[in-house]
Design a binder for this molecule. Structure first.
Ligand SMILES: *[C@@H]1O[C@H](CO)[C@@H](O)[C@H](O)[C@H]1NC(C)=O
Ligand SMILES: *[C@@H]1O[C@H](CO)[C@@H](O)[C@H](O)[C@H]1NC(C)=O
Length: 554
């Protein structure tokens, strides 16, 4: 953990004594001067009005041990409030350093992933643009939409990734069909609808759509869950770090921080175990985050490791153009069978029966793209994974190390056996044992009086958020996107927050036939034209064939 490097100036200030010479000890018989306390008190920015010149009897004290004191009731309350503000500030400060680390990792991973995705898109554009020339422009939207959907999905949009990929192939097929019809006699919508319906049985793109789906979807589900994990972890830290101190904790913190001053022992440091018990009592609910927090970190480490395992993330993102080119080659190879079967099912489009002609019979073989990752790319991925993993491991024990970290400072390294420390009452050895972590262990905390039957609700909710996120990540490791699962288990259903706008329905693809994004895959599987089997028109096959070969020539 990075605590050593954190800015603990405030802690040092908090726990260290004000190092001014004291004449108190050898003046026990007389009323001692309050000059040390006055100096300390005004140094904190408070007015000296009403602060005694010499010690007074302390029956009025409500938190600090009674006895001769320089603190009035008002001073005790003021210092108690100050101790609360300072302690809450320290907890927030510690949380901010963890949040900052998580944010930095989010930016790193996010930048890296989007760079890979941009690279994949550029490669696809360049390959297909060179091949298509003027034909690419009108059809570029199909590919751009694919990448736009992938980006939106990765960003957390409620979008069904598998449906989006299906839709891409459907629209690609539609474009290919449309392009094969002459401009003077375009295919009717009925014909295109029917052709789309045949996709499932005829599989014009062969295995490519299925391969794209399994490989690419898995990586996107994992990447999306991973960056969500970084975000959720940061949010949990932020919310938990803002939980206010309980009044019981405030008393204990006051006793730890400022009662020594009221007792005229401001130069003493708190005993180490005394400090631990106060902090463990005050941060008991926070410590209960530990097991789910570690669980989340462990799962994120597994997901991070999966990015590097073969096939690595960069080759998977670059496999998108590869699978698209494979699909088009399959179409080219099976063109004749495909078109004859399609025309059998859908009939000959009437408008084109006589006018469809073949423009150019170039039967060049489709080249399937091939991605060879550079050694540079492999190194970059490795660095990414190592970096994020080591940062995550550093914060693995955050919640149970926090009490110790707050006590640890150069100012308070007193061994348990030390007699020369503030034990909450006086300058003497602290005898009680150090108690355990978490709320249930606080039943015998000698310093903080907590009701262990009343857990902090904010923190309970954050523990639930951690559970939900771990569950999402574990599903992602198996290639499952819990947002789109029908059988959600106990935790994924509530409060996952990713699927709140009603767009996550599990029904079939939404039909929206306006504009460019016509979804031709969305029609029910009734076959209107199956009764009338007409003779296949061979020329469609030839046009499609020449188009795909143009598409794939590099
Ligand atoms: C201490 O804090 C309490 C609660 O916020 C407030 O009501 C009270 O006025 C404060 N007292 C002093 C002396 O600042
Ligand atoms: C359909 O798409 C158009 C734009 O192409 C959009 O304005 C409209 O809201 C969409 N309808 C639905 C139901 O998604």
């Amino acid at each position: 953990i990075d605590f050593a490097e954190m800015d603990f100036t405030a802690t040092v200030l908090l726990l260290s004594a004000v190092a001014v010479p004291s004449f108190a000890d050898n003046a026990a018989s007389k009323a001692r001067s309050c000059s040390d306390v006055r100096q300390f008190y005004s140094g904190k920015g408070f007015t000296l009005h009403g602060v005694p010149q010499s010690e007074i009897s302390g029956e009025h004290l409500r938190v600090c041990p009674q006895g001769y004191t320089c603190c009035t009731s008002a001073m005790e309350e003021t210092l108690s409030n100050l101790s609360r503000r300072e302690f809450e500030g320290l907890v927030r400060e510690a949380g901010r350093s963890v949040q900052a680390s998580l944010n930095a990792q989010y930016r790193n991973v996010d930048t890296y992933f989007l760079e890979l995705l941009d690279g994949s898109e550029r490669w696809l554009e360049e390959s297909f643009q060179t091949a298509l020339g003027g034909l690419y422009g009108p059809n570029a939207g199909v590919f751009r939409d694919l990448y736009a959907d992938l980006r939106r999905y990765y960003r957390g949009a409620s979008l069904n990734l598998e449906e989006a990929l299906d839709e891409f192939w459907a629209r690609l097929l539609e474009r290919l069909l449309k392009a094969s019809a002459p401009a003077t006699a375009p295919f009717t919508d009925d014909f295109l609808e029917c052709a789309a319906k045949q996709t499932e049985t005829l599989q014009p793109f062969g295995q490519a759509p299925g391969e794209l789906k399994t490989k690419v979807a898995r990586t996107f589900i994992a990447a999306r869950a991973f960056v969500q994990g970084l975000t959720v972890a940061g949010e949990v830290v932020r919310k938990v770090s803002q939980v206010p101190l309980s009044p019981e904790c405030n008393r204990a913190i006051m006793g730890l921080m400022y009662c020594p001053h009221c007792r005229g022992l401001g130069m003493l440091k708190p005993c180490a175990n005394y400090c631990k018990n106060v902090m463990k009592g005050c941060l008991a609910n926070q410590a209960d985050l530990d097991s789910e927090w570690e669980n989340l970190i462990d799962t994120m480490l597994q997901v991070a490791a999966s990015f590097g395992s073969n096939p690595s993330m960069d080759s998977i993102l670059h496999s998108i153009p590869v699978h698209v080119s494979e699909g088009l080659r399959t179409m080219q190879e099976n063109m004749e069978i495909y078109t004859s079967q399609m025309l059998q099912a859908c009939g000959n489009p009437e408008s084109t029966q006589s006018s469809l002609t073949v423009e150019g019979k170039k039967f060049s073989t489709v080249t399937v793209l091939e991605y060879k990752p550079s050694s540079n790319a492999a190194v970059r991925l490795e660095v990414q994974i190592t970096d994020v993993s080591s940062k995550l491991k550093e914060m693995d024990m955050y919640w149970i190390q926090l009490p110790q970290a707050l006590c640890n400072s150069k100012a308070a390294p007193s061994p348990a056996s030390d007699d020369n420390c503030w034990n909450g009452m006086t300058k003497a050895r602290y005898l009680p044992q150090v108690i355990g972590d978490g709320l249930a262990s606080q039943i015998n905390n000698p310093e903080v009086d907590i009701d262990i039957t009343k857990p902090d609700m904010t923190i309970r909710q954050q523990i639930m958020q951690l559970k939900i996120m771990s569950n999402r990540l574990k599903n992602a490791l198996n290639g499952n996107d819990v947002d789109f699962q029908d059988n959600s288990d106990d935790v994924s259903g509530s409060g996952s927050g990713m699927c709140t706008d009603g767009l996550c329905s599990h029904s079939g693809p939404r039909i929206n036939s306006s504009g460019d994004r016509t979804r031709i895959s969305a029609y029910p599987s009734e076959n209107k034209a199956s009764g009338t089997v007409r003779q296949a028109h061979p020329s469609i096959a030839l046009v499609l064939l020449s188009l795909t070969s143009v598409l794939l020539r590099r």
